[in-house]
Ligand binder design. Structure first.
Ligand code: A2H
Length: 265
């Protein structure tokens, strides 16, 4: 990790229909009628959002549910973000949150929190991916000290975004069913590696689990570098363009359409 501030794109993934467990947990927050609830996933790769297949949360993290700054449109429903307390504090300083939030309200030990486990299995809507619904799934390697504590899954290009199909015990523990697991989508073509680079390299390197840290980091590094310098988008408005030429434009478009927020830490 670098020394300077890191810029993340926070992708707004809207809860579509909460499960019974999630609905019960959320009802304790007394959100105003019509409130929209978004999981916000921190990413360094907004140009890969065409390939999202699910949203990762950590089952044991207690998340905050924070209102965003008003758009000036009084009729618009209030939007709430699900994120770690640490990232909410950063968002406060960056003007992302509603004026009602203060350092005291965020730091208060009495502040109600939402357990990640309660959101597992919820269908959600993510921008740019062709899947109409992606599901909230558990990931144990999410760090509370990075980004928002929510990660979006792009298995074609992120070797960390592993496959729960091979994890029967983990699925059973959290009530994850096979229909929640969507296939990786080919979105970026990398010469020599093809259009499912992370999947291909993970196979080649015989990566068995998320605990193969060394191998995973090698693959991550390679896919990231090659994707950025040699990758060409295959889908969407910028199909045919090189990743490095359009990364910023994809981010800008997501921000302009209020589907993402720029966030620093
Ligand atoms: B990236 P860096 Cl396609 N815990 O997004 C663990 N990982 C986290 C996290 C957290 N709290 N918050 C964000 N991340 C992930 C896309 C992606 C990412 C692709 C390829 C590589 C990649 C889809 N997942 O990251 O330590 C997020 O995954 C490889 C570096 O700040 C975020 O970008 O460098 C990345 O790690 C940020 O990691």
């Amino acid at each position: 990790e670098g020394v300077g501030p890191q810029e993340y794109t926070l992708i707004k993934i809207e809860l579509a229909a909460p499960t019974a467990t999630a609905a019960k947990a959320l009802s304790a927050f007394d959100l105003p009628k019509g409130a929209r609830v978004f999981l916000v996933a921190g990413t360094l790769r907004p140009e890969t959002m065409y390939g999202q297949t699910n949203c990762w949360i950590h089952p044991d993290i207690n998340y905050l549910v924070v209102p965003t700054a008003s758009t000036g449109d009084a009729a618009a429903a209030v939007e709430y973000l699900v994120c770690t307390r640490r990232s909410a504090r950063n968002m406060l300083y960056q003007g992302i949150l509603a004026d009602s939030e203060t350092l005291e309200s965020i730091e208060s030990p009495a502040r109600r929190r939402l357990r990640g486990a309660d959101l597992i299995g919820c269908p959600a809507r993510a921008p740019l991916t062709p899947y109409e619904r992606v599901y909230v799934l558990p990931m144990m390697t999410i760090k509370e000290t990075k980004g928002t504590g929510v990660v979006t899954s792009v298995p074609s290009d992120a070797p960390d975004d592993f496959d729960l199909r091979q994890k029967a015990a983990l699925r059973d523990k959290f009530g994850v069913t096979m229909d929640m697991l969507l296939d990786p989508l080919p979105i970026i073509d990398i010469p020599e590696l093809g259009d499912l680079a992370a999947v291909t390299l993970a196979k080649e390197m015989k990566i068995q689990s998320q605990n193969d840290r060394e191998k995973l980091d090698l693959v991550k590094e390679r896919v990231y570098k090659l994707g950025f310098y040699d990758g060409v988008l295959k889908v969407g408005e910028f199909a045919g363009s090189r990743v490095q030429d359009v990364k910023k434009r994809v981010q800008q478009q997501l921000v302009d359409t209020r589907q993402a927020i720029v966030y620093m830490e």
